[in-house]
Design a protein around this ligand. Structure first.
Ligand code: XMP
Length: 516
């Protein structure tokens, strides 16, 4: 491990919606950052030896019964601390200040005036826009503190301790609406924490490659390929690490997007010359799906069949000891599995495509410290083509959950063509990267139409395109009307059996991204 890799900032998570964003922003400063539980002990912090500690925001009032607290000894460690919103209130209260409930919750943009442009606020314009989201605020600071910035309603928008390296911000520097947020976080990690800013994803990849080599020795590793970016990056990384000791398995379930299996096969047999096992299982999947229209039952059957197919192939591979998976950092945090991770499990995972422990392999998860956009950067660095790296996410049960009701070969063929038109047109418009997930859904709805002189009674395709950061909430993409018009015309003209196209303008919540 290099020094830069050892140099890390820890974010104590008090239940904030933006804890991951804070960590991402710190990593953008080239300082490694991890999220830990809010109640981590000072002793454990000493062991972890961070260069800085950030106390996140949170939904509670510091006075609420059972409100999450931190180990008060944390303020005596001599390690720089930045409290954000709830984190600031906690720090100020612990060190003699007063926190009071505001008459009304302050939410949104505020003008902030810098009153002291020393270290934390260096290079921040004297008047700047910040993002507030709080019910309580610090109304009195202890003598040891001094104000750094204020807004009209918030006398202590930014504060610092006079002797200790302890800072507080009532606003959220991690969100882009805080114009100088990046400067402020940069000041904290570079000037206050004195981090070298030498952490690089490339070095991380090299370290991970070395770790994988050490762990694996001369054993064989199996890696499942799905067509998605995560599994592709895992495979590319492992190929770099252990080359011929890697065996990849692609289960072609007949539910993939147009040309998807072919692209993956081409990439991993031609470019990366891996030992690639392709399981052609379309018939098997369609058989178990025949006559089933309940979405959960479809998912269950696909999940089980996937495991059966994968297992049968994996058992044919001699001397395989490890199974590589594309688990990412948000999965690790949200499942509560991170060492010192946040207390609550926030997200219920879609588990289709997951492989059970009973397969008997030891698990390696080389991406478990990375965020999705870092995985994409890494993929490009490892030489994966942009088409794979930037492909929109795709659910494990594939087109089956976009072919509403019973899944048949014929319906899948219609859906696959319509989907390729949606994606192709959005790409041609240059909007593929600006949208998060765009696809077609085949509805179990026929309607009347006219084509030429004759009456038709055919299928409906729904176009879905969403913008989202985290896939837990999403807005529908405001695509140009001309683009929607081209998509509709092409689908109706080119895809046999479709005479109507509709655009889905629901956000999540209350709708979901997928239709099933
Ligand atoms: P929803 O529809 O829940 O989707 O808003 C959120 C994200 O999860 C993907 N998704 C799945 N992924 N197996 C998966 O691997 C599934 O069963 C599944 N269902 C939804 C969805 O495509 C979106 O990116």
């Amino acid at each position: 491990m290099t020094n830069a890799a050892n140099e890390r900032v820890l974010v104590l998570d008090f239940g904030s919606q933006t804890a991951q964003l804070i960590a991402r922003r710190v990593r953008e400063q080239h300082v490694y950052c991890e999220i830990v539980r809010h109640d981590i002990t000072a002793a454990r912090l000493r062991e972890l030896d961070p260069v800085g500690i950030i106390l996140s925001g949170g939904p509670n009032s510091v006075y609420a019964p059972g409100a999450p607290q931190c180990d008060p000894e944390l303020f005596e460690l001599g390690v720089p601390v930045l409290g954000i919103c709830y984190g600031m209130q906690l720090a100020c209260k612990a060190l003699g200040g007063e926190v009071t409930s505001c008459p009304s919750r302050e939410y949104g943009r505020s003008h902030c005036d810098v009153v002291d442009d020393a270290d934390l606020m260096a290079d921040v314009p004297a008047s700047t826009e910040v993002w507030m989201s709080h019910g309580d605020q610090v109304t009195a600071i202890a003598e040891d503190f001094s104000p750094l910035a204020k807004t009209k309603t918030c006398p202590f928008a930014a504060v610092r301790h006079k002797r200790l390296p302890i800072y507080g911000l009532q606003f959220h520097p991690e969100v882009t609406h805080t114009v100088a947020g990046k400067t402020i976080l940069g000041n904290f990690v570079k000037h206050v924490c004195k981090a070298s800013g030498a952490w690089r994803l490339g070095d991380f990849a090299e370290e991970t490659i070395n770790k994988v080599r050490e762990t694996v020795g001369s054993s064989r590793v199996i890696c499942g390929l799905s067509g998605g970016v995560d599994s592709a990056v895992v495979a590319a990384l492992l190929y770099r690490a252990i080359g011929p000791q890697l065996s990849c398995i692609l289960v072609d379930n007949g539910l993939l997007r147009k040309d998807e299996a072919a692209a993956v096969i081409d990439e991993f047999s031609r470019h990366f010359k891996t030992d690639l096992h392709v399981v052609r299982a379309e018939d098997e999947f369609l058989n178990v799906l025949a006559g089933v229209s309940d979405p959960q039952e479809k998912r269950r059957r696909i999940g089980k069949t996937f495991i059966d197919c994968f297992k049968a192939e994996a058992l044919k591979i001699d001397d395989a000891r490890f199974l590589a998976q594309g688990t990412l950092y948000p999965d690790v945090i949200e499942s509560g599995a991170a060492v010192d991770g946040p207390a609550d499990t926030i997200k219920l995972h879609h588990n289709v495509g997951g492989l059970p422990a009973e397969l008997g392999f030891e698990l390696i998860e080389p991406l478990r410290d990375l965020f999705k956009d870092e995985v994409r950067q890494l993929g490009l660095q490892l030489g994966l083509p942009p088409e794979i790296v930037w492909r929109h996410p795709f659910p494990g049960p594939g087109l089956a959950v976009r072919c509403l009701g019973e899944v048949t070969r014929e319906k899948l063929a219609v859906l696959r063509e319509a989907d390729a038109i949606v994606v192709g047109e959005i790409q041609a418009e240059g909007l593929y990267r600006a949208t998060s997930q765009s696809f077609a859904v085949l509805l179990p709805v026929q309607s009347v139409g006219v084509m030429g002189d004759s009456r038709t009674y055919e299928n409906t395709v729904a176009v879905r395109s969403v913008n989202t950061d985290d896939f837990m909430t999403a807005d529908w993409s405001h695509l140009p009307h001309e683009l929607l018009s081209r998509i509709s015309t092409r689908i109706i003209n080119e895809v046999q059996g479709v005479n109507r196209v509709v655009y889905d303008i629901s956000s999540k919540p209350p709708a979901t991204i997928e239709w099933e």
